[in-house]
Write a protein that binds this ligand. Sequence first.
Ligand code: MN
Length: 401
Amino acid sequence: MGAFLDKPKTEKYNESKNGGGLRYGLSSMQGWRIEMEDAHSAIIGIPDQKETVCWFAVFDGHAGSRVSAHCAHHLLDCIRTNDDFTCSLQQEHTLPTEEMQKGIQNGILKGFLELDEKLRESPEVASGEDKSGTTAVCALITDKFLTLANCGDSRGVFCVNGKPALVTQDHKPSNEPERARIQNAGGTVMIQRVNGSLAVSRALGDFEYKNVEGKGPTEQLVSPEPEFFVKERTDEDEFLVLACDGVWDVMTNQDICDFISARLKVNDNLETVCNEVIDTCLHKGSRDNMSIIIIAFPAAPKVDPEAVKADKELDALLEKKITEFVAQDNEVELSQVTQYLMDEDIKGLPQGGGLYAKKVFIEEVYKKLLPEKYESTQEECPNPLASLLFANAKNAALEDN
Ligand code: MN
């Protein structure tokens, strides 16, 4: 699925805002993929509600970007127009919890189903011209609750006291309830994909997988039904992360909690921290589009002078080691520098990111020391996979001798 570029597109889209008692930052990057199919929405103070009612969502599109972009623009509106949703929210402080949650979840579910139904009737989809689909991971934050609604394999992770305290479940075709629905609709799960083709079992769009007669919208091969995960808010809540699988492919839930906690102690700019996560994922080997939103609650880690000092010392140590290594051989390649640093087993690297989190810095230092060598390798071997194969071939040749 999806072809790759010769060189990743590392330019990032950034956005951030404070309000409603929290702040968010987001970053998205095309990476190695030929198309950018991710989309997102971030709204502090949704229409007709208090400023403290916030909505965030990440959409990871596939087979095109039409459905993901459409969701980013219209999903919240489809949800908001349900009285269930609006009334329950407005009465958060008076309704019993269960009733309020039921109203909210019903409203969100209806919104998902309505959007999907309308989408199916749009001319591009009806004609078969557009076959795209998207996952959706959404967060509704109110005074008392965090409600996550997930459809597909993007993921939300809520970090409290440095640990994942609420995590959405990925909808993979091989998960038991998903497999059962697929088989009941007459489909199969092969190579962990729906009918051997689609790697997610729930999504908006993907109407090729939603044509089984006699089955309702949530009983099809691919279902647009979100699954809910709810947690009551406390004073210990630190931050919520919504991200697409491009991030989760190379980061565990604990890695993300560790890494973001560590970086928030060095830098309070959420856009910068989001960018650092994405760059780290790229260097850990993610080949996908990447999008991340970090929503920081009042108890999120704060900049700590000790951590800032330690980070500066770490950069200085890396720079010293690279300078010494390059001084021995000024024909040395960047990949050899990285390998050397890996072997050095340097202490104090950011938790959850390791040396990958310093790859941008290492590259800057190398570029400063060997500008011509750096430029020439950029042209010669733009594809790191190619350069890896090249390096392996060279090693093999050396061993043969
Ligand atoms: Mn993806």
